[in-house]
Write a protein that binds this ligand. Structure first.
Ligand code: NAD
Length: 294
């Protein structure tokens, strides 16, 4: 893990035009955040419905800003015009940095990244929001792996301050610098980390979820554990956090962590995440996880 510092962004030209691939939970959030911070962003998806959902989410968040008096109606309208939804590559040739936020699948991501690379101008940066896939592995699909790195936002993007900027084996210092600078423009706190399963945050978080699961196995009550962790000062306990992250997402990440660090991620049989996953209780996204949501 590399320590972060302002030095990482030194000398980087600011990102003036951005793009995001995928208008889902994360892509929609990145589009909103970029537009709110004054950086116009192209939002590309492969289906019209997804684009509309991404725009609806941004509109909802801007409505919240209007209600709180942080923006007026003209500000809301102006911000929305900075998100340009598209099903094609549109004017991606003018973009300085692209955040890839399509589905978490190596083959899909590699195909999308390789195709995108062909449309970019010289020196433009490609950054993947992958939670679990190796940046070095994704880079093997690219002609210019030096211009590629990870840019891992957390959900919900507009609320979570941290962004992990991940350096693959071939990532250049210039690509890291520009990505760090963009994260700072978005009002985020970037940290630069090396490429490994779970990067930094999930290496802390998943062993914690493992400890939580063992407590449940020993007869613990998840509601009580959540209350205890809130009392300890954390904004939410592990059960609620897993519901927010999504049990399906957590299930996948847990398997990646277990494969990457078998000695640290001991699993004896089914854990709580596996169990909820097999019951299709995916958390807030389908209104049932540890808790039930109306
Ligand atoms: P999602 O399923 O909500 O959205 C994915 C979007 O990508 C969909 O709208 C889909 O139509 C679109 N898409 C698929 N193929 C495409 C293509 N070829 N071109 C353009 N768009 C395409 O997924 P998500 O939760 O937003 O996750 C996206 C990425 O972010 C994943 O890599 C995930 O691991 C990562 N991530 C997710 C979270 C989270 O909590 N959800 C947190 C951090 C990182």
């Amino acid at each position: 893990v590399k320590k972060t510092g302002r030095k990482h962004a030194a000398g980087a030209a600011p990102v003036q035009q951005a793009a995001v691939l995928g208008a889902g939970i994360m892509g929609g959030g990145v589009a909103y955040q970029s537009a709110s911070r004054g950086v116009p962003i192209l939002m590309k998806d492969i289906n019209e419905k997804a684009l509309q959902l991404g725009l609806d989410e941004a509109t909802k968040l801007l409505g919240g800003q209007l209600k709180r008096g942080r923006l007026d109606a003209a500000g809301v309208a102006k911000t929305l015009t900075m998100i340009r939804p598209t099903l094609s590559f549109g004017d991606i040739a003018n973009v300085d940095l692209v955040v890839e936020a399509v589905v978490e699948n190596v083959k899909v991501k590699q195909a999308v990244l390789a195709e995108t690379e062909q449309h970019l101008k010289d020196g433009a940066i490609l950054a993947s929001n992958t939670s679990t896939i190796s940046i070095t592995e994704l880079a093997t699909a690219l002609k210019k792996p030096e211009n590629f790195c990870g840019m891992h936002f957390f959900n919900p993007v507009h609320k979570m301050p941290l962004v992990e900027v991940i350096r693959g084996e071939k990532t250049s210092d210039a690509a890291v610098a520009r990505t760090v600078a963009y994260a700072q423009t978005l009002g985020k706190t970037p940290i630069v980390v090396n490429d490994c399963p779970g990067f930094l945050v999930n290496r802390v978080l998943f062993p914690y979820f493992g400890g939580f699961s063992l407590l449940l196995r020993d007869g613990g009550d998840f509601r009580r554990i959540d209350k205890v962790m809130e009392g300890f000062g954390w904004p939410m306990g592990p059960a609620y956090l897993l519901d927010v992250v999504g049990i399906d997402t957590a299930h996948h990440a847990d398997a990646v962590m277990a494969a990457g660090f078998p000695d640290r991620m001991t699993h004896e049989g089914e854990n709580a995440i596996d169990r909820l996953y097999s019951l299709e209780r995916f958390g807030q996204k389908n209104a049932r996880g540890f808790y039930a949501y109306a």
